[in-house]
Unconditional design. Sequence first.
Length: 366
Amino acid sequence: MGQVPLVRFRDLSIPDDERHELLEAIDQLMRRGTFILGADVEAFEQEFARQCERAECVGVSNGTGGLYLALRALGVGPGDEVVTTAMSWVATANAVIALGATPVFADVADDFNIEPASVEAVITPRTKAILPVHYYGRMARMHELMAISARHGLKVVEDASQAFGADLDGRPAGAFGDAAAFSLNPMKPLAALGEAGAVVLDDPEAAEHIRSMRYLGTINRETCVDPSLNFKIDTIQAVILLSRMKRAEQVVAYRNRIARIYCEGLDGVVTVPLPPTDGTCAYFDYTIVCEDRDRLEEFLVSEGIEVKVRHRLLLTQQPGYRDGADADVPNALRLVSGILSLPIHEAMTDDQARLVVAAIRRFYGA
């Protein structure tokens, strides 16, 4: 067996007090016996919509499905183009491709988020929507992106998969675009105990369309009016998420506390993601940009510190998106060669964060 790390990259275990609350909620669900949609899902949707300051929420099976359904409900389809970031997980682009549309990749700014000027530069007559990602839990420059969408008559779907709990100028992630999709899997700031997701929006007709499409495109669970696939959220996950939302603000605050230790100890040694001045970062990841990334990664692992490169390839470098290989994304190319995500989670102690800082400073002789 391998050595147990001194500092885990993630610790998904659940503390006893919360575990007892979740077991009680699950027990009550088992007594009710309503396991597919129903009142528990509706309760989760109402609270999630409230926290995102939206009129509607539709619980779905995962964040990828949420992106697909949101884009489809807004009219994206074959022949359309959707402008999105070159720096994201493949789910962002796959949701576009699954609709028969084409992802067009824009460059990113130094905060890893899509650069609005690059977005406007790649808009064509075929562009139907903009799909920004709030990467690593930091909000994209939504005011500028919404202004661009208004000038060009485009829809905006926020990929807020990593950003529940983040805000920009007091407005939460998911409150800006025509719709937003969230991933709520166990790695995320608001975490189910399995796969789950949500779509938030204000348009009741579009929301009803998404509810139909999540259930194979049926109405009344019988008549198929718009063929789709199965994207239903599991009711047990909705129950878990509704319980865990009570602690969501505390989770983000704790991650910000760990981030402050990193910022104070590593600023000037590596490039650190300083806290935003216009909002709150959810810190899905705490990602530095550094010299000799691969050697630093190897060194930290040897010191018992788990780290992760998320992700080693830009979307423009993925073999599945050959059409995007010639995208003009110089800053994304520069950043991706040096990114390294450090441990950040609610089970970390301040001393563990300082241990990570000390190891990195020692590596660079700082």
